[in-house]
Ligand binder design. Structure first.
Ligand SMILES: [Zn+2]
Length: 181
């Protein structure tokens, strides 16, 4: 239901597991749209922790907090629906209160970011209020998780972002945070 034929992040997670023996993969999806395909791919999989923040209600309509995995994967899908207008401080609080403890319990061997920048306040497709500085702050939280658990092993995959200047500025801040980590 996204704008893609192949789920790059899901493929990367499996590739890391099968080719590089990285058993536990954390996927952090801060794209403004819920990562419904990624969630579906790993919904009952205990080897992948999927964490998503997304505007809700919004396309594609999934991503309620009650969607939290099933079977062996129960508890390893973590959805945090965000209300339109929420911004840097709200996201940072969610990442620190929800993502960090879940990731520290899970102890990932590999971290993959679904790095969509369409929750930026200037983005025309959604109604969130993140700034490029907010994205830098989220980046630093995720990088610190990777540094604690897997020697900084992070793969970041560009996803949404429909205001090109805001996208460029956000990507720049994200990459600088990765270089500095
Ligand atoms: Zn998106």
């Amino acid at each position: 239901m996204g704008f893609c034929f192949f789920n790059n992040v899901a493929i990367a997670a499996r590739y890391g597991q099968r080719r590089h023996g990285l058993q536990r993969v954390l996927i952090v999806d801060w794209d403004v749209h819920h990562g419904n395909g990624t969630q579906q791919a790993f919904y009952d999989d205990p080897s992948v922790l999927f964490f998503s923040t997304h505007q809700f209600p919004h396309y594609p309509g999934t991503g309620r907090a009650t969607e939290c995995g099933e079977g062996a994967g129960a508890g390893l899908t973590v959805n945090v629906p965000m209300s339109p207008g929420q911004g840097d401080e709200d996201y940072r609080e969610v990442f620190e209160r929800v993502l960090v403890p879940a990731a520290d319990r899970f102890k990932p061997d590999f971290v993959v970011i679904s790095a969509g920048f369409d929750a930026h306040r200037d983005d025309p497709l959604a109604g969130m209020a993140l700034t490029e500085e907010g994205y830098a702050s989220l980046s630093r939280i995720v990088l610190a998780i990777a540094n604690r658990h897997c020697r900084g092993r992070v793969l970041s995959c560009l996803e949404g972002g429909y205001h090109l200047q805001a996208l460029a500025a956000s990507v720049e801040r994200h990459l600088l945070a990765m270089v500095e980590a």
